[in-house]
Ligand binder design. Sequence first.
Ligand SMILES: [Fe+2]
Ligand SMILES: [Fe+2]
Length: 322
Amino acid sequence: MVTTTAELAEDEDGRARFDALIAADQRIEPRDWMPDKYRRTLVRQISQHAHSEIIGMQPEANWITRAPSLKRKAILMAKVQDEAGHGLYLYAAAQTLGISREEMTAQLIEGRARYSSIFNYHTPTWADMGAIGWLVDGAAICNQVPLCRASYGPYGRAMVRICKEESFHQRQGFEILYELSHGTPEQKQMAQDAVDRWYWPSLMMFGPSDDASPNSAQSMAWNIKRFSNDELRQRFVGMCVPQFEALGLECPDKDLRYDEETGTWITGEIDWDEFAAVLDGRGPANAARLRHRREAHDDGAWVREAAAEYARKQHDSERVAV
Ligand SMILES: [Fe+2]
Ligand SMILES: [Fe+2]
């Protein structure tokens, strides 16, 4: 590709404007000039986030038909449906950066894209619905509230709506666990076991320390990321401690303590080998999640064809009417 002098000057102007907007903590919009790396970083982050919402429907969908009451079923269905909506807002936000929905879907079902490792764990009991809502959606809120101020406009705006719904998800999870932990001894044990299963993976959701996260510094400089992984994990642990007490459940981290001097929570050792293995496709449910997503995509082919044909006919009849 030949770049002309006029194009170079335009790029210079664009870059100066981009830098000024970032420095003033303003938003970058789809038609604004942006560095290639900024665009690629956002496409990667937003599409991974969208995939996580979509794959994240599976562990909970597993319980829709077995929820213990009509009320619980209605709540769980609404929650899982919200997650589908989150996936759609986020795919739409990523599309404004020039990648198609088809390409993102292909990356996911062909195993070329990542999604949050947390969704590769199984949900053997009803209490897992409580633990996911309380811990996984709770960790997601800590991660996502600062993203409402992300410098890329469509991403930040999508996150505002998503965060409102996430706080409902977290409350419903807490409420499921509260009922169980105040029920029979067996129910309380079921709640404890589920929390034991999900606590450590939910701490891993924040990712390794930032020293080990190569993209963190650049994302901070671009106002995409506002806090370090460790700062967000601290916030999450601080939020969980009084809630464990309210639930009457034990925190599985026996080494957890608050250090008055530094004002930080000291946690036990997080098993980063487990995190790496799950991320690498070797978690308990990775294969099942992708297989299920691939099958759903194939099964939905006729819906996409019918929708495209309907849109084509609508378009044709509008042209005739004009
Ligand atoms: Fe969500
Ligand atoms: Fe959620």
